[in-house]
Design a protein around this ligand. Sequence first.
Ligand code: HEC
Length: 140
Amino acid sequence: MSLKASVLTGLLCVLLVGCGSQSATITVSGVVFDEAQIAQGQQLYGQYCASCHGAAGEGQFPDFPLLPDETGRFGAPPHNGHGHTSHHPDNWLIDYVRNGGISLRNPELYYPMPAFDDQLSDEQIAQIIAYIKTIWHESP
Ligand code: HEC
C-alpha cells in the first residue's frame, strides 16, 4: 500500500469510529430503542410535552430554567443538559410521566406536570424517554 493510501485508510477509520460513537445505543429499562422508535418518541414529545418543556427540551423558562418565576412557582424543567432529567432512573421517569409530578400535590410551588396514563401507553412513554435521552446532555 502506498503511503498516500495508508494515510487515507487511517483517516477513514478515524472518521468511522467518530461517527460510530455519536450514534450510541439508546436503552430504556434495558431495552434497546432503534432510530424509528426514537423518531416516534420525538414526534410524541412534540405533541404531548413540548408545549411546556420546550420544542428542543429547553424548559418552560429557558432564561432561568431552574428558578421560580414571579408567582413563586417552578415551571417545567429543561430536558436538555441544563436540566437534571439524566439523574433519574428509567423506571422513575416512566412512572413520573404515567402518574404526573409532585406539582399535583404542591400546586402553590409548581406549575402542573399532568399524568399521561390515560393518553399514552407505556411503550409510547418509553419511546419519549428514549428520545429525551438523545438530548439530555446537550447544552446549547
Ligand atoms: C402542562 C405542562 C407540562 C406538560 C404538557 C408536560 N410536563 Fe413534564 N413537567 C411539568 C412541570 C411544571 C414539571 C415540574 C413539576 C413537577 O415535577 O411536578 C415537570 C416535570 C417533569 C419531569 C421531572 C423532572 C425531570 O427533569 O426529570 C419529567 C421527567 C417530565 N416532566 C416529563 C414530561 C414528559 C415526558 C412529558 C410529555 C409526555 C411532559 N413532561 C409533559 C410540566 C409539563
